[in-house]
Design a protein around this ligand. Structure first.
Ligand code: SF4
Ligand code: SF4
Length: 343
């Protein structure tokens, strides 16, 4: 399939979803959706985006047309299937359905998201799960939920392969960081064009260059952590680990990247990291505003060492905050200059 010149993106956000990821990606700048759709990126295939939030169609059947064609196996172009929201367990839906997308033309009955995934995923060149709900189940799949919902890999199988031979590509985040998704999409489109190698994914099917490091490794409050200087409550510029930050054990690049145009984020700007990108989110991180269980040991150990280091650094800081004594307007040169020539 490599070398394709035009691609459809069939985006279904009818999972257990808030459409937050659809909205989020409109904030991307590098690249923006407009850049991709208007062909501003050299080498990229022509892209037709079918997303209900961004669709210029009248909606309804007009919007559904490419989805229906692809489900019948009559897609004229290779397509990337994007799923947003978690996948409910329709085996336990009683007499109804948990979520649907369009109606069956013959019976008028709602077509479930699960039906669409069954039809489209095996025919898609690539399959992408956007946001933590579609990737791992997310908030809707928390303990006590009635739908028994799950992530796409739980539904299709972790060893699923698309028609293009690709595994599911997971781009978690609640919502997804705008450019994390756009960058992943651009890699896939370059791959479809035959201009990029196979996208590198970790064992949770996340792009490695985005999710390979922890929040803490990219947090500009880590200097406070290293000096054992912790916020005792919110509204502090210091490290937030004792007031609930999970950053040291969470895979995410948001503090390093910022949210929009490098601005915003989470712990870097005062919000505890709640681990919203993680497969264990949210249950394994709740209650959010309590200190993570492991944080006490490491922060206490660093506390003692950090106090001593801070004292030593403050002495040196005072020294380097003074100019050298030879910078004066006196009658004598005291810089230590020794002329090596005589006139
Ligand atoms: S605020 Fe969180 S991520 Fe930042 S340094 Fe502290 S523990 Fe690490
Ligand atoms: S820093 Fe934490 S809370 Fe913020 S987006 Fe990343 S995982 Fe979610």
């Amino acid at each position: 399939m490599a070398g394709v010149e035009e691609v459809d993106i069939l985006w279904i956000s009818e999972g257990m979803s808030c459409d937050g990821d659809s909205v989020s990606v409109t904030a991307a700048g590098q690249p923006s959706i407009e850049d991709v759709l208007l062909g501003a990126i050299p080498g990229l295939p022509k892209v037709n985006l079918h997303n209900k939030v961004l669709s210029p169609t009248l909606g309804g059947e007009e919007f559904l047309t490419p989805f229906r064609a692809a489900a019948r196996g009559e897609a004229t172009l290779p397509f990337v299937l994007v799923i947003e929201g978690s996948i409910p367990n329709e085996n336990i839906n009683g007499d109804g359905y948990w979520t649907s997308f369009g109606n069956d033309e013959a019976t008028g009955e709602p077509l479930t998201l699960n039906w669409w995934i069954d039809q489209l995923a095996p025919k898609a060149w690539g399959v992408v799960a956007i946001g933590t709900c579609a990737t791992y189940g997310g908030i809707h799949a928390m303990a006590g939920n009635p739908t028994g919902c799950m992530g796409l890999a739980d539904y299709l199988g972790w060893d699923f392969r698309s028609a293009g031979g690709l595994p599911i590509v997971n781009v978690p985040g609640c919502p997804v960081q705008p450019e994390n998704f756009m960058e992943t999409l651009v890699w896939l489109l370059y791959e479809a064009a035959g201009l990029a190698p196979v996208i590198p994914l970790d064992d949770q099917l996340r792009p490695t260059w985005i999710f390979g490091k922890t929040v803490h490794e990219g947090c500009d409050r880590a200097g406070y952590y290293e000096q054992g200087d912790f916020a005792a409550d919110y509204n502090s510029p210091k490290c937030l680990v004792k007031v609930g930050c999970w950053g040291p054990v969470v895979n995410c690049n948001v503090p390093k990247r910022g949210w929009m145009n490098g601005l915003g984020g989470c712990p870097n700007v005062g919000g505890i990291c709640i681990g919203c990108t993680m497969p264990g989110f949210p249950d394994k991180f709740m209650p959010f505003m309590d200190a993570p269980p492991g944080a006490a040991i490491s922060s206490n150990v660093i506390g003692a060492y950090g106090k001593a280091i801070r004292r030593l650094r403050s002495i040196t800081n005072k020294t380097v905050n003074k100019e050298p004594k030879w910078r004066h307007n006196g009658n004598e040169l005291t810089t230590g200059f020794k002329p090596t020539w005589r006139s």
